[in-house]
Design a protein around this ligand. Structure first.
Ligand SMILES: [Zn+2]
Ligand SMILES: [Zn+2]
Length: 137
């Protein structure tokens, strides 16, 4: 069954026809700013399984000099996906609808964590980047 999701205003919708393969919580200062939150949560999948269903003209990508980007709806500002060289590689788990069968596996960039947020689970924590991850870099 395909995974579907979308932004707050409803203009942008997407579909992922394969499984989510990995998810993590990222506490880096870039994700914190881009999300306006304590951390971001992204999930990875095979990029060939991803497709926009609607609103593609409203999508904006903010890209850093490394080629990694944060993709959002230009109407409502919802953070939707992470990109590498303009290609969608991971989705914000908060925009996915319905039940999913994976959980975030770890916390990364906890060295940049917000001081006002305490991690209250026992998932592995990495000061910077672990060997496997799926968030924009
Ligand atoms: Zn929107
Ligand atoms: Zn991050």
């Amino acid at each position: 069954m395909a995974i579907e999701g979308g932004c707050l205003c409803g203009i942008v919708r997407y579909e992922i026809t394969g499984p989510l393969t990995f998810a993590d919580h990222c506490h880096c200062s870039m994700c914190r700013r881009q999300h306006g939150a304590a951390f971001s949560t992204y999930a990875a999948f095979d990029p060939s399984h991803f497709k926009w269903l609607s609103g593609e003209d409203f999508i904006k990508i903010y890209e850093t000099s490394t080629g990694a980007g944060w993709c959002f709806c230009s109407e409502c500002g919802s953070s939707l996906a992470g990109t590498e060289q303009g290609r969608i590689t991971c989705i914000t788990l908060g925009t996915v609808e319905g039940d999913i069968d994976i959980e975030p596996a770890l916390h990364l960039f906890v060295g940049s964590k917000a001081k006002w947020y305490d991690i209250a689970d026992d998932r592995p924590q990495f000061e910077k980047r672990p060997p496997v991850t799926c968030e924009p870099r």
